[in-house]
Design a protein around this ligand. Structure first.
Ligand code: PMP
Length: 383
């Protein structure tokens, strides 16, 4: 609980609010915040140390505000990962994709504006909205967590949002957004107008692709339709597939206009020279850092199959279809907190998130997953 005395003139809408974040507990097996379980190798750590050492002697100066070399590295990486080559003017970095999203809300949200999302989804979106005085509205997904396209289209026409936020794969469900649905939404947004904006403005469609590298091979990313869609913004991160969550590097691929809008609201020098150097070092080792993505994808597949063979009160566990590095499972735990607590007692930390009755587990190393399976079997056997 935070302790903010009433003598402090805290913003009225923040009274009673708590800081966001999963508990950071010291337990043997952490499968709770969708991290990549594979730590950078000694070779990666050495390159980071060398690159940071190089910039250390320049830290009396402000860093490159436009982080041009890093944007070039994003461009090279995306060309390789998604087959889409973008100029640096269409790329932008920040401290995690959290900051990318906040900058988008700062640029396109604000008083009198609404952002639309499709829940259950990432629980930070309402916080970005709150922090930028943007109204936040949601359309509910279908029972299988796929997008309710008709309801979403109706809401875009009705609410006239300035931003539509879709997450692919979605967190906490893992659900991908099929390309056909994305194209439909782009078409609808291109025709829709925006409450609180001058005539002729259309909503920005934000696709949060934090987990996109874990999708099945051959599935296109929203990057492939960037061209010709000036109102499409694709948010990415190095936190997950790149195993770089601690460095705080996210990035945005979008039209030049969207990037220029974000440049208006960013803090001057928001990306430190140390962060830029560390990120460039990581890109020197792209192959190695991404080497485990395929294995984590296989782990997800195997874990989903295993979970479906488990039963709870005589019925198989439900597992949401996931294209990510985590799985939402259970479906009908009447007391999910107890299952969570029992796993925690056995040294396994997962996450109570998503609709009631479900729990989320993210993929760890083979050994961690073996311990998870063993512990879950014990807990399920207790009934
Ligand atoms: N988007 C989604 C859907 C996420 O789940 C997360 C992290 N949990 C983020 C964005 C933010 O990640 P980061 O700031 O580390 O890039």
């Amino acid at each position: 609980m935070s302790a903010i005395p009433s003598e402090l003139p805290l913003r009225n809408d923040l009274v009673g609010e708590e800081p966001y974040g999963a508990p950071q507990l010291d337990v043997p097996v952490c499968l709770n915040v969708n991290e990549n379980p594979y730590a950078p190798s000694a070779a990666v750590a050495d390159t980071i140390a060398r690159r940071v050492r190089e910039v250390a002697t320049t830290l009396n100066r402000y860093p490159d505000r436009e982080h041009i070399r890093l944007r070039q590295a994003f461009s090279d990486y995306l060309a390789r990962e998604s087959g889409v080559r973008l100029p640096v003017e269409q790329l932008w970095g920040a401290n995690g994709s959290n900051e990318i999203m906040l900058q988008l809300f700062q640029a396109f949200g604000g008083p009198g504006r609404t952002a639309l999302g499709c829940d259950p989804t990432y629980s930070m979106y309402p916080e970005y909205a709150r922090d930028t005085f943007t109204a936040w509205k949601v359309v509910h997904r279908h029972d299988d967590f796929t997008l309710d396209l008709d309801a979403t289209i109706a809401a875009i026409r009705d609410v006239r949002p300035s931003m539509v936020v879709v997450t692919s794969p979605n967190n906490p469900t893992g659900t991908p957004l099929p390309m056909g649905q994305l194209e439909t939404l782009l078409g609808v947004c291109a025709q829709a107008d925006v409450e609180g904006a001058p005539a002729g403005a259309h909503p920005v469609l934000v696709v949060d692709e934090a987990y996109i590298e874990f999708r099945d091979p051959g599935t296109p990313s929203a990057l492939s339709v960037l061209e010709g869609h000036p109102n499409l913004a694709v948010s990415r991160t190095m936190s997950k597939a790149f195993a770089f969550a601690g460095a705080r590097v996210g990035y945005l691929a979008a039209s030049r206009g969207i990037i220029d809008a974000v440049r208006i609201v960013r803090m001057p020098y928001h990306l430190s020279a140390v962060t830029q150097a560390a990120a460039l070092a990581a890109f020197d080792h792209t192959d190695e850092l991404l080497a485990q993505v395929g294995h984590l994808r296989d782990t997800r597949q195997a874990t989903a199959e295993w979970l479906r063979t488990r039963t709870w009160h005589g019925k198989p566990l439900e597992v949401a279809e996931s294209q990510s590095n985590f799985l939402l499972f259970g479906g009908r735990f009447e007391d999910r907190q107890r299952i969570f607590d029992e796993l925690l007692r056995r040294g396994i930390l997962i996450r109570v998130v998503g609709p009631d009755g479900w729990l989320r587990v993210c993929m760890g190393t083979d050994e961690e997953m073996a311990r998870f399976r063993e512990a879950l079997d014990e807990v399920l056997a207790q009934g």
